[in-house]
Design a protein around this ligand. Structure first.
Ligand code: BGC
Length: 347
């Protein structure tokens, strides 16, 4: 769990931390600053408790990191090339925060705001944020809610809903980094399976630079379980971005949330995580630039200390309307809804 000794957020008010517990003794923790997922502690059969999420020691340390640890990301996760969206003959100019590009919603994005705690129960908490018209360049006022629920069968369900008063592209995700072995292990020892046969190649800045590409015969192929270390940096696709940092278009059956998008196993096989999502794509990020990030034990993380499995629309998708995925635009007469589940099994 996170130490709350130093508790004052940039708005001068304390951080509020919420802990959820289930019948199995699993505990997760989230805070209102950034609607951030802080911790996930799983009891193992041998009586020990394993922390499977990367996080910081104090709430304030989250302000000093750029890795988006456990963050709720919005309005648009991943990258928008040149911070521009061409839509219906008009150009939307967004706030750039990674060179010329926008990453994870811009500079003062949703992970750096105080969210209001709307409802709170033993196994669920809902956070709400009002984002004003023009926020980081995005049109319309947006009201967004994220709910974390912990079920008795060890599912962490993260659901999002949002409304807007002007048409706006929306792509909410959570940026949790997992290490199912616990802290201080290189996460490339995990076995991973992703139900996807196509990924998006990117340039050295993470911008898609080719069409969806079959994984067949490439280091990018995770259709059968394999460790991340097995083919790490084995081809140019990975070398462009120092490892895995790519979006996979999920098999169509995953979209219903019934077929898992991915499975991840700890290297000692004591923990298995399955990911379910209503989103069309999954970004695999092997923590290639984590070094120096403040860690839970008070030190800093090394590169690859954890890996992220971010459920999203494909990166830069507003500029690629032909890609085979649902429309990312939300209009005032509709609503944005999505859900991702991380299910844990222990032995
Ligand atoms: C991106 C990485 C980036 C990381 C932290 C991931 O979602 O794909 O390129 O370094 O977030 O910002």
């Amino acid at each position: 769990m996170v130490n709350t000794q130093r508790q004052i957020a940039p708005d001068g008010k304390p951080f509020t931390l919420v802990t959820l517990k289930n019948a199995q003794g699993t505990q997760i923790q989230a805070m209102d600053w950034g609607a951030t997922w802080l911790s996930c502690r799983l009891p193992l059969l041998d009586g020990s408790v394993r922390e499977v999420l990367l996080g910081c020691q104090h709430p304030q340390d989250y302000l000093a990191q750029q890795a988006y640890l456990g963050a709720t990301v919005g309005r648009y996760a991943n990258r928008i090339s040149q911070s521009r969206i061409e839509h219906q003959g008009k150009t939307l100019v967004l706030n750039a925060n990674q060179g010329e590009h926008q990453l994870h919603g811009g500079e003062n994005s949703f992970d750096k705001r105080r969210w209001e705690i709307l409802t709170r129960a033993e196994q669920a908490v809902t956070f709400r944020l009002e984002s004003e018209d023009g926020d980081n360049g995005y049109p319309g006022n947006m009201r967004v809610e994220v709910t974390y629920s912990l079920t008795d069968d060890n599912r962490v369900e993260i659901s999002y809903q949002a409304t807007v008063d002007r048409d706006c592209p929306i792509n909410m995700t959570n940026h949790a980094y997992f290490n199912l072995d616990g802290i201080n292990h290189d996460s490339r020892g995990h076995r991973l399976q992703i139900n996807s046969d196509r990924f998006l190649p990117v340039d050295s800045q993470g911008i898609p630079n080719a069409d969806l590409t079959p994984v067949d015969g490439l280091s990018m192929d995770f259709r059968q379980p394999k460790t991340l270390s097995q083919d790490f940096l084995q081809d140019e696709f990975q070398r462009q971005v120092s490892g895995y940092d790519h979006a996979y278009l999920l098999d169509a059956q995953c979209l219903s949330g019934d077929k898992p998008a991915a499975h991840l196993w700890s290297s000692d096989n004591k923990v298995k995580m399955s990911v379910f999502t209503t989103k069309p794509a999954l970004q695999l990020y092997s923590g290639n630039f984590l070094a120096g990030t403040p860690a839970r034990d008070g030190g800093t993380y090394e590169n690859h200390a954890g890996l992220a499995l971010e459920t999203e629309f494909l990166p830069n998708s507003p500029n690629h309307p032909h890609w085979p995925q649902p429309d990312c635009w939300v209009s005032p007469d509709g609503a944005y809804r999505s859900m991702t589940v991380y299910q844990f099994e222990t032995n």
